[in-house]
Design a protein. Sequence first.
Length: 237
Amino acid sequence: MKIVLLGYGKMGKEVEAIALQRGHEIIARFDTSISPLDESTLSRGDVAIEFSQPDAAPKNIAMCVKLGLPVVVGTTGWYDRLAEVKALIEENEGKVITATNFSIGVHLFLLLNKWFASKMNGFSNYEIQVEETHHVHKKDAPSGTAISILEKIVEQIDSKIGWELNTSDSKKINVLAHRIDEVPGTHEVSYRSEVDEIQLIHTAHNRKGFAEGAVKAAEWLVNQNQGLYTMDDFLGQ
């Protein structure tokens, strides 16, 4: 495949390395915070992989969709504009896959988290907390992955109506977000009671898992019909 990288920070460089290992060609690298996208270059690609910034992602997606270029979106923190992007995809018959995290391990962790939350429903003596730690360059807090975790818990636990950072509201799940050095990403879900504590933890050792998942998702996306896809679609869940 001919791949266009939208965002050429640490994740973009990791995606590049994995893509080259898998026999693909990188035809362009855009640092979208500095230089605008070039339509003629985008039109030569088979797929774009987007790891830029929350404020840049919607317009990057829009340009790709209008040009008929499938796009894999790993940037988080822009989902308040998801309805707008969905409408654009339908209007232009675009192909987009977006995920809060493209790591296969994280996706399995999300499935485990959902199952475990369903088993904990009704055990009101356990207080739930979600804690995430990322590198200091991450703009959004809590992370997109943490939000995905929280949404799945709220779906399953009847006593919780939502979540909030540093909350003492018993009807909401308390969330802690830390930004430390170059930590790739750690997510911890804890259920604490007076007598014990249960923890579910996923720790990324590096960015390779995120990049590999994004490249594999790109390989899959180019062969799909138009639509907005998620990791559940990609992994056949």
